[in-house]
Design a protein around this ligand. Structure first.
Ligand code: OOG
Ligand code: MG
Length: 266
């Protein structure tokens, strides 16, 4: 990975700016407007500081998410490198629940395959095969992302600092052992208010969603972290993300894995 170039003071300043926007649900300018030479490593330094602060505030780390792992997502957001972010207990929402939108800026939903790990994994040379051997089961998930950047427009350095736009996530459906299904060719259909709004297949995620988890473990290694057993890990949006507003209901139907639904309120 690139080098950290920002001072500790700047990292804390940017972290406080992102934390304020996340908690206050307001949009800010992308961080590179002020720090045009910011690197990916700087982005991860801000994200790690955010994780440290949330944990100090009592949030529990539940797992991680890979992002920007499909062409559809990369094209939608105008970036071409995958990224990772952390997931806490405060972001989790139950299946079939009503999810509040007034505490988010401009939420969008995306369909993802989630992995639950039975063994820990460590980079730097983690492979898809290592991931499959360490996986307990997989399940369908919907991620509600919410960039804190104005117009949902950002670059990689800024979105990494904003924890990969992480906001809420809903797991559910029918958990399966990875060995019992072909994880590469699962079809997925997302419906909003009874209409199909996005569809795709799991191979869209780096050819196989377990590749995204291996990539995530290798980035974690660069950050001095490993993936602990018991982690919940999302492999990245299969299709483009779809904006939602209060009153919308969403159901994501996954081949072999059942469906995940939720509705949105003010
Ligand atoms: C960045 C988050 C990407 C995914 O699944 O690709 C992400 C964004 O698009 O705001 O979560
Ligand atoms: Mg996502």
């Amino acid at each position: 990975m690139s080098q950290v170039t920002l001072s500790r003071e700047d990292i804390v300043r940017l972290c406080e700016r992102v934390e304020g926007a996340q908690k206050g649900a307001y949009a800010i300018q992308k961080l590179t407007d002020e720090y045009p030479d910011m690197t990916m490593a700087d982005g991860y330094a801000v994200q790690s500081e955010l994780r440290r602060r949330f944990i100090a505030q009592g949030h529990k780390l539940i797992g991680w998410k890979a992002g920007l792992t499909s062409k559809a997502k990369m094209q939608q957001m105008g970036v071409d490198v995958p990224s990772i972010g952390f997931l806490t207990d405060k972001m989790a929402r139950p299946e079939n629940s009503a999810i509040k939108t007034s505490d988010m800026v401009h939420p969008r939903v995306e369909c993802e395959i989630a992995f639950v790990m039975k063994d820990s994994l460590t980079g730097p040379n983690c492979t898809k095969e290592d991931v499959l051997a360490a996986t307990d089961y997989v399940l369908p998930a919907v991620e509600v992302i919410d960039s804190r950047f104005s117009g949902f427009k950002f670059d990689l350095e800024s979105v990494v600092a904003d924890n990969g736009s992480s906001a809420r996530y809903v797991g559910g459906g029918r958990p399966r052992y990875a060995a019992d299904i072909d994880l590469r060719t699962l079809g997925v259909v997302m419906e909003k208010n009874g209409e199909i709004v996005a569809l795709g297949a799991s191979a869209a995620v780096l050819g196989h969603p377990a590749e995204a988890i291996a990539m995530l473990v290798n980035i974690l290694h660069d950050l001095g972290e490993e993936l602990p057993a018991g982690s919940f890990v999302m492999s990245g949006g299969i299709t483009e993300a779809i904006p939602i507003k209060p009153g919308d209901s969403v159901i994501a139907r996954f081949q072999e894995l059942g469906s995940v639904s939720m509705r949105f309120i003010e």
